[in-house]
Design a protein around this ligand. Structure first.
Ligand SMILES: [Zn+2]
Length: 236
């Protein structure tokens, strides 16, 4: 069985069990070649050679749910799950439901999707690599989707999905409250969570980008400009 390595000071209760349950939904063949699943509560600073999206997500301090580490000549591939980010925004009482299993499973299956697609193709030109990265990302999303689809055939994961959608709406509303108090960075985080929990909540995505822009310009130009901007547009 795939080993779980814990590199975290404190994990939410039941997290390791949820990871095991999530692994059980993945085809054993697809896990072949992976040495372990690492659970962390803090993402280590990405190296210079890490992909740009990982680096910028790290700089902003949120939004890295998992990383697939490709093997090299001297290292074997493995997956890191950023448990603190996966649980971010999830009220403690929901730790005891099937909701965290489904959230963990989405990230895990996505990273396994990278592993599965990465095993079969190679590219050497830079445009070839870019195309391959896009293809791989789409493949990873489809792979995660198909695992979730099988899970949701069980009523308890269907229920988890319903819980998560409701929590996404709640996070969306928290974003609105934060926005009205001119806390744009906080609003961006709530909307980011809402959007990742319910990808159909496209207004969360729109407001997330606006809040990010405002929190960035806030940092540069001070409160005044953002105040003006927030009077011009307000989410309802
Ligand atoms: Zn990916």
């Amino acid at each position: 069985m795939l080993e779980i390595v814990i590199n975290a000071n404190k994990l939410p209760h039941g997290a390791v069990r949820s990871v095991r349950l999530a692994i059980a939904w993945i085809d054993v063949q697809d896990l072949e070649g992976l040495t372990h699943i690492e659970l962390v509560d803090k993402v280590p600073k990405p190296t210079d050679s890490a992909p740009q999206d990982i680096k910028s997500a790290f700089d902003e301090g949120y939004g890295i749910y998992g990383v697939y580490h490709r093997g090299s000549k001297s290292t074997s591939p493995y997956i890191t799950l950023h448990i603190r980010d996966i649980y971010r925004g999830l009220p403690r009482i929901f730790w005891w439901t099937t909701a965290p299993n489904l959230l963990i499973s989405y990230t895990l299956a996505h990273e396994v999707g990278h592993h599965v697609s990465g095993k079969s193709c190679y590219a050497n030109t830079s445009s070839g690599r870019r195309k391959l990265a896009e293809y791989e990302e789409a493949f990873a999303n489809r792979y995660a989707f198909s695992v979730q689809k099988r899970m949701k055939e069980k009523w308890y994961y269907k229920f988890a999905e319903w819980l998560i959608r409701n929590l996404a709406q709640w996070q969306y509303n928290l974003g609105i409250h934060a926005w009205r108090r001119h806390k744009y960075e906080e609003a961006a985080i709530h909307w980011y969570i809402a959007w990742s929990w319910d990808p159909d909540l496209s207004e969360a995505a729109n407001w997330y980008w606006k809040a990010r822009e405002l929190s960035a310009s806030n940092k540069i130009l001070g409160q005044e400009r953002a105040d003006t901007a927030s009077r011009l547009t307000n989410p309802e």
